[in-house]
Design a binder for this molecule. Structure first.
Ligand SMILES: *[C@@H]1O[C@H](CO)[C@@H](O)[C@H](O)[C@H]1NC(C)=O
Ligand SMILES: *[C@@H]1O[C@H](CO)[C@@H](O)[C@H](O)[C@H]1NC(C)=O
Ligand SMILES: *[C@@H]1O[C@H](CO)[C@@H](O)[C@H](O)[C@H]1NC(C)=O
Ligand SMILES: *[C@@H]1O[C@H](CO)[C@@H](O)[C@H](O)[C@H]1NC(C)=O
Length: 342
């Protein structure tokens, strides 16, 4: 359509909508190259581009971020996940200075980032709803608590392995400032205790997915608070939480009844009917079969069907007598339902 003697005499005459359509189909490297072709393209791409991933970049991510952030100021999604840690604070500071519209930022495995990055994001990117700090082990709880006071729209937060950042104090700040939170990963944050989880349960009643795997200090009190307060909870990871007992399982099973009452009152529907959809209690060695069975009986969606494993009890030898298999009859639960992302 460009050839054939049309009116378009040059590449730069491609209509902007067409250019943005093309850009949306090609990979990020090509977008970057295209944005340097000529002024017309640059302006179009820079103003139109809302999503960019630089994860493919093996060793020059800092330089690329420095040169691209001032151009791509309308970015809403930026993926800077790394295999080998390379991203540094000055690059994140540049992002925070240029890209004020960011909603979704993936900084996972940025082991070199310090609190400077969080302070910069707090001031530069107030609309963030999704933040992935998985593996950012150098961040502190003071800077995380500070960030929560500015980024109050956070819905999804991944703090897996952020042992220093995920203190009870930081969780209290999240609970206090980010009441819309829906998904939180606290995997292997071994300083998290009941005080932190209980404040989350009270401050963030909309939590749908919570991963507490390896949070070895938590006890039944955490789970009971979640069962009582977070009636939208769909996915719970308790892997290796060995102080969890049957009491926690019964409180979850009982929350089902509460959830149902809630459902009758609201118009909000099918999604609420499902209850717990994923539960990982692998290595929770204190649990006994009757309690886990009660849970399975309460939540049909937990049943293990071919191709779907919703209740994870591997490593709990005592639980082999739990029957949580797929019902034979075609059940509504086989239909697709939203899978909360962690
Ligand atoms: C966050 O980063 C981790 C590690 O790179 C990844 O496994 C996970 O899928 C990412 N996304 C979310 C929503 O947590
Ligand atoms: C965020 O939460 C903490 C409580 O942990 C509070 O001291 C701080 O004032 C809050 N920030 C804002 C802006 O509300
Ligand atoms: C259960 O949780 C642990 C910790 O997150 C994870 O390593 C394991 O893969 C999970 N099990 C399944 C089957 O998803
Ligand atoms: C967890 O269980 C162990 C062993 O039963 C016990 O010694 C420890 O005090 C418990 N931790 C908490 C936080 O309750």
């Amino acid at each position: 359509m460009l050839g054939g003697g049309g009116k378009m005499s040059d590449w730069k005459d491609i209509p902007m909508e067409l250019l943005l359509r093309i850009v949306s189909l090609v990979d990020d490297r090509t977008v970057i190259i295209a944005s340097g072709v000529c002024t017309g393209w640059r302006d179009a791409i820079c103003l139109g581009l809302t999503r960019l991933s630089l994860s493919w970049c093996q060793n020059s991510m800092n330089n690329l971020v420095l040169s691209l952030s001032p151009k791509f100021t309308k970015l809403q999604t930026l993926v800077l996940r790394q295999n080998i840690p390379q991203l540094e604070d000055y690059a994140v500071e540049t992002i925070a200075n240029c890209c004020h519209d960011l909603l979704d930022l993936d900084l996972s495995k940025s082991l070199k980032l310090s609190d400077r990055s969080l302070y910069a994001l707090a001031h530069g990117c107030p609309y963030l709803t999704k933040l992935n700090f998985s593996g950012c082990s150098a961040l502190s709880d003071a800077s995380l608590a500070y960030l929560t006071g500015f980024c109050r729209n956070l819905k999804n937060l991944n703090l897996c392995g952020c042992v220093r950042a995920a203190s009870d104090r930081a969780l209290q700040a999240i609970a206090y400032n980010c009441s819309q939170l829906q998904s939180l990963n606290l995997g292997w944050c071994e300083d998290v205790s009941d005080a932190g989880v209980m404040s989350l349960a009270f401050g963030c009643p909309d939590i749908r997915a919570l991963d507490l795997c390896g949070c070895v200090l938590i006890t039944d009190d955490s789970v009971i608070a979640l069962a009582n307060r977070c009636l939208h909870l769909r996915s719970l990871g308790l892997y290796y939480c060995q102080n969890i007992t049957d009491k926690a399982m019964y409180s979850l099973a009982h929350s089902r009844v509460k959830g149902k009452h809630d459902m009758w009152e609201s118009v909000e529907s099918r999604y609420d009917e499902e209850g717990l959809v994923n539960l990982n209690i692998s290595q929770c060695t204190a649990l006994t079969p009757p309690a886990v069975q009660a849970l399975c009986d309460s939540f049909p969606a937990l049943h293990t069907c071919p191709g779907r494993h919703s209740l994870i009890i591997s490593g709990c030898l005592s639980l082999t007598s739990v029957h949580c298999a797929c019902a034979i009859q075609a059940h509504r639960m086989v239909s697709t339902f939203p899978h909360p992302a962690l």
